[in-house]
Design a protein around this ligand. Structure first.
Ligand SMILES: *Cc1c(COP(=O)(O)O)cnc(C)c1O
Length: 400
């Protein structure tokens, strides 16, 4: 008989099953729902037992900055889903991104990143890393020749996000990995927009994948979290000590919330994607809309790569409204169901005007390079009825 309280071998389970059961480790009480271990430390039966644990002779817990049973379940469930050997969960997506990048480079190394990055990721690459003597180059990542062209003898890491925020550009991950492998560099992919369901960066050749779990993984706008996933060897060599001693650890309470979020991730993301696809098609047919960008529509600029590397579209739609900033603001203000917020991946539909919010710190030319105009808005589609959302958008557009 199998011991049902022990973590199970989940490798042949499909994603939806992994997201409900993967990584579950029950206590002696056999609870159905994952237990929340709100504890900082752990006690030992004897001084000898404490010594043995610190020597690594038994695999129990030591301190929640290093590891915690609830956080461990979240890490194992994410590993099952990504087919990753190991992971470290973090307090936010930015803690995951900055740890994944900084733990593997030193002064004198060179990092190449696609310039279409989440604002804080771009700050880490463009501003923070050079302060520590790490050279960085930002490129248009949609053209593989730019990755090759940016390579220097000291290039150690390639970093990209795909689809990108907010204009949903798509980068050929397998192509970037091939260039990186030829020079022994590592590829870090921020997979937030694709979600763990629609894109498997590790399977495409990336070496490290990072998430802001704040977004679709929580999915209901409650808590921050993040995770870095890779091979056991990479984590042991680069992230293990960095993580223990700099302390970006995830709270067990948030890990528990994220475990619950994973249980419903496929249902939510599928519904949100279906609604987003309908809204994108509706917008494309509207006379006040100049441009719609939606991975999954045939008119997406990288539709061929979307078809190759993604198994679904997106829960986000970017579009441009005729009439620039005044029209974009009037449209946002006229919406009744869709709320104005810079967050995404929530059950509630949220809209943002990137050039005055998330991307306001970029120079005008940098925004133009990314395809962000005064008329661009980004919609994160929630779980409301798609007909209500379309009616809300339609009414707001008519009033502009
Ligand atoms: C939100 C986000 C982050 C940062 O995550 P936080 O949890 O807010 O720290 C990083 N990358 C992308 C693509 C994001 O959308």
């Amino acid at each position: 008989m199998t011991d049902k309280n022990k973590p199970q071998n989940t490798s042949n389970w499909r994603p939806a099953t992994q997201m409900v059961h993967g990584g579950t480790s029950r206590s002696q009480f056999g609870e159905t729902s994952e237990a929340m271990f709100l504890t900082q430390g752990f006690v030992y039966d004897s001084a000898e037992a404490a010594e043995a644990r610190f020597k690594g002779e038994d695999c129990g817990f030591i301190y929640s900055r290093y590891a915690n049973p609830t956080v461990d379940m979240f890490e194992k469930r994410m590993c099952a889903l990504e087919d990753a050997e190991d992971a470290r969960a973090t307090a936010s997506g930015m803690a995951a991104v900055s740890a994944a990048l900084l733990c593997q480079v030193k002064a004198g190394d060179h990092v190449v990143a696609a310039r279409a990055l989440f604002g804080s990721c771009r700050w880490v690459v463009e501003t923070l890393m050079p302060q520590y003597g790490i050279e960085t180059t930002l490129i248009d990542g949609t053209d593989l020749a730019n990755w090759q062209g940016a390579v220097r003898p000291n290039t150690k890491v390639f970093f990209l996000e795909s689809p990108t925020n907010p204009t949903l550009e798509v980068i050929d991950i397998a192509g970037v990995a091939e260039i990186a492998n030829a020079i022994g560099a590592k590829v870090v992919v921020d997979n937030v927009f694709a979600t763990p369901l629609y894109q498997k960066p590790l399977a495409l050749g990336a070496h490290i994948v990072v998430y802001s779990a704040t977004k679709h993984i929580d999915g209901q706008g409650r808590c921050l979290g993040g995770i870095v996933l890779s091979t056991k060897d990479w984590i042991e060599e680069h992230l293990h000590d960095y993580f223990r001693h700099t302390g970006p650890s995830l709270s067990p309470f948030n890990a528990w919330t994220l475990l619950k979020g994973l249980e419903t991730l496929p249902l939510r993301v599928r519904q949100q994607t279906e609604s987003a696809g309908r809204i994108a098609d509706y917008l494309a047919g509207h006379s006040s809309i100049k441009r719609v960008i939606y991975p999954g529509r045939a008119d997406h600029p990288q539709a061929d790569i979307v078809a190759r590397q993604m198994s679904g579209g997106s829960t986000l739609v970017a579009f441009e409204i005729d009439g620039g900033k005044p029209a974009a603001f009037a449209f946002e203000n006229a919406l009744e169901i869709v709320r104005i917020s810079n967050n995404l991946g929530d059950a509630k539909s949220l809209i943002t005007h990137p050039s005055t919010t998330t991307h306001k710190n970029l120079a005008e030319e940098a925004r133009a390079e990314l395809g962000i105009t005064d008329a661009t808005v980004r919609l994160s589609v929630g779980l409301e009825d798609a007909d209500d959302l379309i009616a809300d958008i339609d009414r707001a557009l008519s009033s502009v």
